[in-house]
Design a protein around this ligand. Sequence first.
Ligand SMILES: [Zn+2]
Ligand SMILES: [Zn+2]
Length: 410
Amino acid sequence: MEKEKFLKRMFQEYYKNQFKKLDLNLKIDQREFGFLFWDNPTFQRHKSFKDFKELTQKLLNNGPKHVYFSAAYYEIPEALKMNQKYWVGCDFIADIDADHLPSKCKWEHDSFNCKKCGFSGKGPPPKTCKCGNTTFNQNTWVCDTCLELAKNETLKIFEEFLIPDLNINPNEIKIKFSGHRGYHIRIQSEEFLNLGQDARRELVDYLTGNGIDFKVLGLYEGRKKIVFGPNLNDKGWRGRITNYAFKFIEQLNYENMKLFKTLSTPLKKKIIEKKPLILENLTKVPSNWNIVPGISLDHWQELLNLAIKKYSPKLDIPVSIDVHRLIRLDNSLHGKTGLKAEPIPIEKFRAYDPLKDAIVFKGEIELIMRKCPEFRFGDTLYGPYSEGEKEELSLAAGIYALCKSVASLP
Ligand SMILES: [Zn+2]
Ligand SMILES: [Zn+2]
């Protein structure tokens, strides 16, 4: 409990001294708020505040572990039933999190144990434990590889889709660090405000290439089984499928060609042999998709489906579709890291370093460490530590270690 009290006090300090200067145009009075506190496992929601000042007062009084607000706007956000809140509209949200990305390092630095039988292992937990239970304790770790992957997916969404294809004004695209292992994109625009769940699902299908119709994009079979396809510099998904085909073929080898279900072994061999020629012809205008005789439209479609799965943006789909979702509040602190969920101007996003730029605490702290791997915080590498080591860390790194339960107060 000492640890929780300490973290609560540190979070209160932040809300009192730093947060109050960070007012954002979020239309606070129309949002529903939700909280998790340090000393109570119950999720508290259906809260509302008349303005930023009143919200700040709540945060500095309670120093909550997690703070959420609705992507939706309501007339009565504090109403206890959804249909009594009077939904006005909802920002569009894309949630990109390392939890949903195929990072190999997760299998090294994350672990879980079953809440019922204690069965434990590395990586993300299974859906169901051997004992039939479905709830797990999870230890997740923030690493540079995971953060980089999440950043690349985020860049992909706004640089390749939102701005060029959907023509969204960059001023209406709000990006923020999640405070843990990912990023949120929030589109705050009149045009998206009133979209229902079906329209949002369609938008997600567009981003992820789900249910794509290749014929509409210009990929089809003509006379004598000649395959016609779009050109590399075509706009939208037309150019994108050619580009994906190019990238996918470029990285093909005998090993990963096992993924193909429809290709015979001689055809696989021919693709590898003629790879440079196939690639060269995909870049021509008009493109030529007929370099290897026997590669039919069906084969191309299988290849493109594999390529889309590999290269299309990975986002947490239910978050984008749900019009009542609560998401982490901008500039609030994340209870698993002590880092700030900071909004990032689009032009600064590439260079953004969460493990440095989202740090809010200054000073040093002495802690008793538990066994934990090496980690970077700011410009400093900490650890690896062994059980019971007494160490001085920067306050920010110390709070991170406390939040991650790899340290305790002396
Ligand atoms: Zn179990
Ligand atoms: Zn990682």
